[in-house]
Ligand binder design. Sequence first.
Ligand SMILES: *[C@@H]1O[C@H](CO)[C@@H](O)[C@H](O)[C@H]1NC(C)=O
Ligand SMILES: *[C@@H]1O[C@H](CO)[C@@H](O)[C@H](O)[C@H]1NC(C)=O
Ligand SMILES: *[C@@H]1O[C@H](CO)[C@@H](O)[C@H](O)[C@H]1NC(C)=O
Ligand SMILES: *[C@@H]1O[C@H](CO)[C@@H](O)[C@H](O)[C@H]1NC(C)=O
Ligand SMILES: *[C@@H]1O[C@H](CO)[C@@H](O)[C@H](O)[C@H]1NC(C)=O
Length: 536
Amino acid sequence: MQLHFSPSMRSITISSSNGFIKLMKIKVAARHISYRTLFHTILILAFLLPFVFILTAIVTLEGVNKCSSIDCLGRRLGPKLLRRGDDSGKLVSELYNLLNQVNSVEVQDDVKLPDNFTHLVTEMKSNKYDAKEFAVILKQMMERSEKEIKESKFSEVMNKHIAASSIPKSLHCLSLRLTDEYSSNAHARRQLPSPDLLPLLSSTSHHHFILSTDNILAASVVVNSAIQSSSSPEKIVFHVITDKKTYAGMHSWFALNSPSPAIVEVKGVHQFDFLTRDNVPVIEAVESDDGVRGYYHNGNHVSREEFRGNLGISPRVFASKLQARSPKYISVLNHLRIYLPELFPTLEKVVFLDDDIVIQRDLSPLWDVDLGGKVNGAVETCKGEDTWVMSKRFKNYFNFSHPLISKHLDPQECAWAYGMNIFDLKTWRTTNIKQTYHTWLKQNLKSNLTLWRLGTLPPALIAFRGHVHGIDQSWHMLGLGYQNKTNIENVKKAAVIHYNGQSKPWLEIGFGHLRPFWSKYVNYSNDFVKSCHILE
Ligand SMILES: *[C@@H]1O[C@H](CO)[C@@H](O)[C@H](O)[C@H]1NC(C)=O
Ligand SMILES: *[C@@H]1O[C@H](CO)[C@@H](O)[C@H](O)[C@H]1NC(C)=O
Ligand SMILES: *[C@@H]1O[C@H](CO)[C@@H](O)[C@H](O)[C@H]1NC(C)=O
Ligand SMILES: *[C@@H]1O[C@H](CO)[C@@H](O)[C@H](O)[C@H]1NC(C)=O
Ligand SMILES: *[C@@H]1O[C@H](CO)[C@@H](O)[C@H](O)[C@H]1NC(C)=O
């Protein structure tokens, strides 16, 4: 423990707390102060020390600031506590005992506590407490304040979660206006791509990107950024897959904003013959399972009990728990990626993209990466500078207390990321990845979602085991939606940046300094974008 008195005696700083005993050895340049006064003061401060929050309070403690000498401080805080004479060794051990006793005292909700530290000091001055009472009050004040801090942190997380899961008015507007355009404007309905270009949709000499999303603005950014960053945009073919309600609007956008010379096709999930109940029984099961529906669709209505039950965990973990409960995690759009070989039966190598990414470099070399007979070229997420985003192993995704999980999986196995994956569909078709995925999804349903909670990645982590080829991390930088401290230099260098996490760049809660990397690909001179007041 170190104790530092400022020359003016107006502030006192305490750091580290290696125990009481060292107290006796502290040397302070104590001019004009008697050893005895100093000792008493230190004793009081040390007494306060275990109550962490008091530590910061004490520096600005009014009583301290108003006192111009330690002597004064000692008189103010001391009288009742330290009436025991000079037997310092005995006093220290008594204080120890007191602290231990107090430590096991249950906090009662109905005790009237001082409102703040000033109040406490005032009451002390009027000699209201004896030492034990004082310690109890301090403990309770500390616990109350800790609880308040936690609760307010969680409210913040909740608010953020709700902000993250509701669709901004401007994006809704964009979708509605473009849907409207589809019915009123023949040009918005034109065939995409034009009939003469149709054969290119299955050409194996082109670079095929697949994007599945219901966010038109995000899709436009992904496509724009891919084309502007490409050294051969004429080789790019985009397959944009969306849901039924967004189909018309998405089609209008790309019909009216043709990203020539690249080619774009827009498909609704309802247009894929393959995606029937017979072929995707698991999706059907997931979507209709009552327990699952209740669990996911009520993500925004966390009960008071659940809220309190979660006070013990970190807000960050709670945030990801909430995020995992967003309905989008059980939508067909999200599970779609596991059916790529069937949805695009003629394609061989494709790059699958999430809609919260931006492409900043030519991605053509990805098609030349030797996957060494593997199916999925992905960035592994267990090594890297970033200790939060890049420290993901199987133990972070699965419930290893469950025998099925502990029997089949290794907690230390490295995880990988969705967001930008190069898939060799030809090799994929020779594997049973899809079957494994189905089996485990069913198993998790049967086990009442106790194997894992989070979305589509866990079953994919299992299904792709042994089929993943790690690609260089500079291809795909993750975490721009999670944390503010993202390294800007790394962002500039990455081929693809990924705003995974809540703080999407199209939301108010997006990080301001990270947004320009995304918004530079939004066409703000577009009439629809203008009239819907998209965040600039
Ligand atoms: C501290 O509590 C007292 C008594 O309730 C109150 O009058 C005073 O305004 C409070 N001071 C601060 C800084 O909140
Ligand atoms: C499934 O889990 C939920 C809570 O997550 C619980 O309320 C329900 O009783 C469980 N059902 C079964 C069959 O175990
Ligand atoms: C993990 O699995 C164990 C054993 O089945 C179960 O008791 C526990 O509730 C599971 N934990 C979660 C968070 O689902
Ligand atoms: C994020 O960091 C930037 C610069 O480091 C800072 O200007 C900004 O206020 C921070 N925003 C939040 C929400 O913490
Ligand atoms: C932006 O939109 C305007 C109007 O729709 C269009 O003329 C222009 O070409 C677009 N710019 C880009 C870079 O797509």
